[in-house]
Design a protein around this ligand. Sequence first.
Ligand code: GLY
Length: 349
Amino acid sequence: MEKVTVKVREGYDILIDNGILDKCGELIKAVKPTGKCAVITDDNVDGFYGARVMKSLEAAGIEAAKYVFPHGEASKNHSTLLGIYDFLAEKGFTRSDYIAALGGGVVGDTAGFAAATYMRGIDFVQIPTTGISQSDSSVGGKTAVDIAGGKNLVGAFHQPRLVICDTETLSTLTDEFFADGMAEIVKHGMIKSAQLFEILSNGDIKGNLVEIMKQNVTIKGKVVENDEREKGERMLLNFGHTLGHALEKYYGFKKLSHGYAISIGMSTFTHIAERRGMCSAGVADKLDALLEKCGLPTTDPAPLHELFKISLGDKKHLASGMNIVICPEIGKSEVVKMSVDEYEKFLQS
Ligand code: GLY
C-alpha cells in the first residue's frame, strides 16, 4: 500500500492500492475511532462496491448506514443534497459522526458539500472509484453542487480526513471512462513532472497504476498544500480547463466528458503556445502522442469564436482579464494573465 500525505489544515493521507476497498473499515477506524459512518453513493457504484464497503465497515465495528441516489451529473444538485441532509438527520447523525463518499466526482463533490454544511461541517472520507475522482477531485477539498446558473457554483473548501484509492476499481470502467480519468493525470505530468509524463509516455499504464496514482496525487497534494484556496499556484491545475470547460458547455455537457474536453483544451493551447513562441518546439506533438496513447481526443470542430464567448462567462475569469495556463516545457507551467482582447487574439492564432 502506498501513502501520500497532504499537509493542509490538520493533514490527511491518501492510501493507494489494488483491492484496498476490502480494508476500508480498518483504515477509516484508524482516523475515526468513534462515530457513525454515512456511506453516500450512487446506484451504479452501489451495485459494484456498496456491499463490500458495508461489510468492511461492519467488520471494523463501525456503525454504518447507506444512502444511494441516482447516478449522473443531473443528481449533483440541491435536491440530492436535501435528501442527504434529511437522511443524516433521520439517522441521528451529529457532529461526531462522518460521511464516506463512495463513487466518482458527482458523489464526492455532493457528499463532500453535504459534509461541509451539515451541522456547519462534519468529517468525511473520500473513496473514489473512477479515474477522474482518483486522479483529481477526491484530493484538495473542493466540494460543490450545480445550480441552474452553472456547474459547481455553490460549494465549499472542505478537506477530507482520508482518501482511500483502490486502483482495482478502475478495471470495471469502460475504455472510454478509463481514458477520461487519464486526462487529469497527463495534466499533472505536463504542469509539474517530466518524470510522470515519461512513465506515462513510455510505460505500461494499466500495469503500473499504483505508482502512477501515487506520483499523480503527490503532485496534486503539493499544489493544494501551497495554495488551498486557488489564489495562485492552484490555478495551474486549470491547464486545459479554460477551453475544456467552454467545450463542455458548448455541447451542453453531453458530447464530451470532462477528461475528453480538457484533453482537447491542453492540446489546443499547447499548439497555439508553440506557434507563438511561448513553448519549446516539439512539446505539443509529445503531448498529443501521449493523449492519443491514452485514447483521448486532441481536436474538435467546435468554432473557437463560440468557445471564446462561452469562456467569458466562466466564474474563474476575473473582470480584469483571463488567467491562461501555458506549459513552456513538459513538467513546467505558468499562469499568463491576458486581457480579453489578448485572449481572443491568442485563440485566433
Ligand atoms: N480540479 C482542480 C482543483 O482541484 O483545483
